[in-house]
Ligand binder design. Structure first.
Ligand SMILES: C[S@@+](CC[C@H](N)C(=O)[O-])C[C@H]1O[C@@H](n2cnc3c(N)ncnc32)[C@H](O)[C@@H]1O
Length: 406
């Protein structure tokens, strides 16, 4: 018998991570045992070592081979282990843990070149992780800020040379737009930042520089940093991260998946029936977290009307009991859409928590299970994860994995 040892990555600390690590191996049909100390697994007769090396999320090594995921996490311009490659761009609240999403894509058995959907794409975590695995991804979100983030994170690598060509002009025009004497006469050919953005024809390049401005605004507001310095520093980091993306692709020989990200409403998806092979998503916890208020600054800077946004966002309309009723009705419609567009026999992972609203516990997890089962989904796994730091609003997060059986 051939035995291969596989070692967990150092950052794996929680029970739910160990559970997901085991489920990943099961999804690849590997027979295994966990050694004493829990960090080392013995894989018995694995027939697909190369695939395991390319796909696993929680393992550092398989035999003497270093996994692709471990190598990818080394391309990191931040101090946070989760925020490798372009994941860190923009401090969006309520982001998925990227490693968990990679594991879920494995557990859901979505193969390279198949299509995964995230109808609440948020900061784009699912899109980045799918793309790195060669899986195509459709991402929808009602928020233009989320659409922008997700596009910049996944589409900039192909435009990096053009992005770099505009760097000096961006820095000059940003400084000009934000200096105390910005009304002073311009040098010939000197543009304000808005004029600079409008002068860029390439959408990916324009999106990148729009994002760079929003990252600077948010960074200077949170850290009370001078905005021009914040822009210079973050722009350098963003460019380095996008260059890392391209380097990682070349050095690991990745075939990136395609991305199709646009503004859309999860209650009414413009997608065909049975057209996706997996769904990974986390619906708004907006009863607990007001996304519109949270991102008001950036949404306004993008020219959005906040009242209009509020009407389309799930979970922020109404007060008291009405808010909960509207939330439930909206979520029901979203589950119906997920069920409609997923291929039969395939899986859907929904990450959701029970929130506390006006001192009342809202049982969103139980509601989700009940509604999804009514539609013809079968709950095949329910993995609990305790959240730290949000104790007053949310205590636990569950990952619910459903199979579409009819
Ligand atoms: C929990 S967040 C998703 C976070 C995401 N998983 C990530 O890693 O960043 C939920 C998202 O739902 C979006 N949303 C709210 N109402 C929506 C609607 N009607 N259709 C689509 N997206 C909506 C919000 O903008 C928010 O980005």
């Amino acid at each position: 018998m051939w035995e291969w040892s596989a070692e967990l990555i150092e950052n794996v600390q929680f029970i739910y991570e160990l559970a997901l690590a085991k489920l990943e191996l099961e999804a690849f049909g590997v027979d295994f045992a966990v050694r004493n100390g829990l960090r080392e697994f013995v894989l018995k007769n694995p027939s697909n070592v190369d695939l395991l090396v390319r796909r696993l999320a929680y393992f550092k090594t398989v035999g003497d081979k270093i996994t692709d995921y471990y190598r990818l996490t080394r391309y990191n311009q931040t101090r946070s282990v989760n925020q490798y490659l372009t994941h860190w761009i923009y401090p969006y609240k309520g982001k998925f843990h990227p490693q968990m999403i990679r594991a879920l894509l494995n557990i859901l058995k979505v193969e390279a070149e198949e299509m995964v959907l995230d109808p609440f794409i948020g900061s784009g975590t699912t899109a980045v992780e799918a793309q790195l695995l060669g899986i195509n991804c459709i991402g929808r979100d009602i928020s233009p800020l989320c659409v922008l983030q997700s596009k910049v994170k996944t589409e900039s690598a192909q435009a990096i040379d053009k992005i770099k060509e505009h760097r000096e002009e961006a820095i000059i025009s940003f400084k000009r737009s934000n200096s105390a004497n910005s009304s002073a006469a311009k040098e010939p050919n000197e543009k304000s930042y808005r004029e600079f953005l409008n002068s860029i024809n390439d959408e990916q390049v324009r999106n990148f520089y729009l994002m760079a401005r929003l990252v600077a605004v948010s960074d200077s507001a949170r850290r009370r940093r001078n905005i021009v310095k914040a822009f210079d520093k973050n722009l350098a980091l963003m460019i380095a991260s996008v260059e890392d993306y391209r380097k990682a692709k070349d050095e690991l020989g990745l075939q990136l998946g395609s991305v199709d990200i646009s503004q859309g409403d999860a209650r009414q998806l413009a997608l065909k029936d049975s057209s996706v092979q997996g769904i990974v998503t986390s619906p708004p916890y907006s009863i607990a977290l007001d996304y519109v208020a949270n991102d008001a600054h950036a949404l306004e800077a993008m020219g959005c009307d906040l009242d209009e946004m509020r009407d389309m966002f799930i979970g922020v309309r109404g007060k008291g009991e009405t808010r909960i009723e509207l939330y439930n009705a909206d979520m029901r419609r979203s589950f119906q859409e997920m069920h409609r567009v997923l291929e039969e026999g395939r899986y859907c992972a929904i990450v959701i928590g029970n929130a506390t609203y006006q001192q009342r516990k809202i049982k969103t997890i139980e509601f989700t299970i009940e509604e999804c089962e009514k539609l013809g989904f079968t709950l095949v796994k329910n993995i609990n994860k305790i959240i730290y730091g949000l104790y007053n609003v949310m205590q636990t997060d569950n990952t619910l994995i459903f199979r579409k059986d009819n």
